[in-house]
Ligand binder design. Structure first.
Ligand code: UT7
Length: 309
């Protein structure tokens, strides 16, 4: 069994900070940031926190799913992934449930950092396989601007705010999941409650270059699929150089690896659902498409999942 997308939505704050804006207080340049990361700008949320942004993205995803007659009461579960929750109790997912009227769903929040969306998706599919649910709403929502140390040029240039949401239903097609964690390397990217994010950029970079191709190969093995049978590889948008290195290492066709990091920066758990929503709204997701998603980040955590349309 695997998951099939039936609705997508996203929310991006109107305020945009391009790289030039950051040079107002940081010793950096548009050229350096573009060259080392591929990022040109990021959205910044001054008004909505993770909960508010999650709700906006969720409403749009439900509206999209509604075109096929899907209703909020049909949701079996709601999962919200965030490393920047603005409320801890009740779970953001329960707030979303209340606002949507998804009375039959069970709901909770997940923190698996930038791997959150992939982990939550794989978990949702496991629940589908167990017969517990048929459909789930999975949301990634991040106000990273709140925890970024804006005086640290080695990390702040990467991150942005936003939310993405995907409604996924069970499909009988064969699926597979891969998820890994390495808590012993957790110091590479950390943030205490109320504190600011610190990162060993090179360590995270090396980790991603090794683990992302590895986890995609592992998933393909489990699926018994060849790379050529996959229509799209959806990679967590962390750094364009990481994405390009993965393309090179796996010998992928770059047309099959869509990116939006230039406009979004790294939005952690929101990066994949925002990308999926953009593709959907651009008419680039066709029925029957086979897609592999790969996420990686703090924890350290990394994983891959198989999803269809
Ligand atoms: O979701 C997962 C989240 N994290 C990641 O994906 C992070 C992965 N890592 C990276 O993306 C990269 O390591 C960074 C973009 C963070 C940094 O790029 P880098 O090529 O690894 O640079 P570096 O840390 O090796 O620094 C090279 C030089 C240093 O100067 P010196 O010591 O050679 O004189 C830094 O001080 O670049 C300097 N530098 C900067 N210069 C201008 C670091 N940040 C900046 C900056 N502007 N923003």
């Amino acid at each position: 069994m695997t998951g099939k997308i039936i609705g997508t939505g996203s929310y991006l704050p109107e305020l945009i900070w391009d790289n030039h804006k950051l040079t107002e207080w940081l010793d950096t340049s548009d050229e350096w940031i573009r060259e080392r990361t591929g990022i040109g700008q990021r959205h910044i949320s001054k008004e909505l926190g993770a909960c508010g942004m999650a709700l906006e993205a969720a409403k749009k995803a439900m509206e999209d799913a509604g075109k096929a007659g899907f209703k909020a009461e049909d949701l079996g579960a709601i999962f919200v992934c965030s490393v920047t929750p603005d409320i801890c109790v009740p779970p953001i997912a329960c707030e979303i449930q209340k606002e949507l009227g998804a009375v039959n769903a069970f709901c909770y929040d997940i923190n698996a950092a930038c791997s959150g969306f992939v982990f939550a998706y794989n978990m949702a599919v496991s629940y589908m396989e167990s017969g517990l649910i048929k459909t789930a709403l999975i949301i990634g929502s991040e106000q990273l601007s709140r925890i970024v140390d804006w005086n640290d040029r080695g990390s702040s240039i990467l991150f942005g705010d936003g939310a993405g949401a995907v409604v996924v239903t069970a499909s009988e097609e064969k699926g597979a999941a891969v998820m890994h964690s390495d808590g012993a390397s957790g110091e590479a990217l950390q943030c205490t409650t109320g504190g600011k994010l610190s990162m060993d950029g090179q360590k995270v970079f090396r980790f991603a270059l090794r683990r992302v191709p590895e986890v995609i190969e592992e998933l393909l093995d489990k699926l018994k699929m060849e790379k050529g049978q996959v229509d799209l590889f959806l990679l967590h948008q962390a750094n364009m150089r990481i994405i390009e290195a993965v393309i090179k290492r796996l010998g992928l066709d770059s047309n099959k690896v869509p990116t939006n990091i230039e406009r979004m920066g790294n939005t952690s758990s929101a990066s994949l659902p925002i990308l999926i929503d953009e593709l959907n709204r651009a008419g680039e997701l066709m029925p029957g498409m086979k897609m592999i998603m790969a996420g990686f980040g703090a924890g350290l955590t990394w994983g891959a999942g198989y999803i269809t349309i």
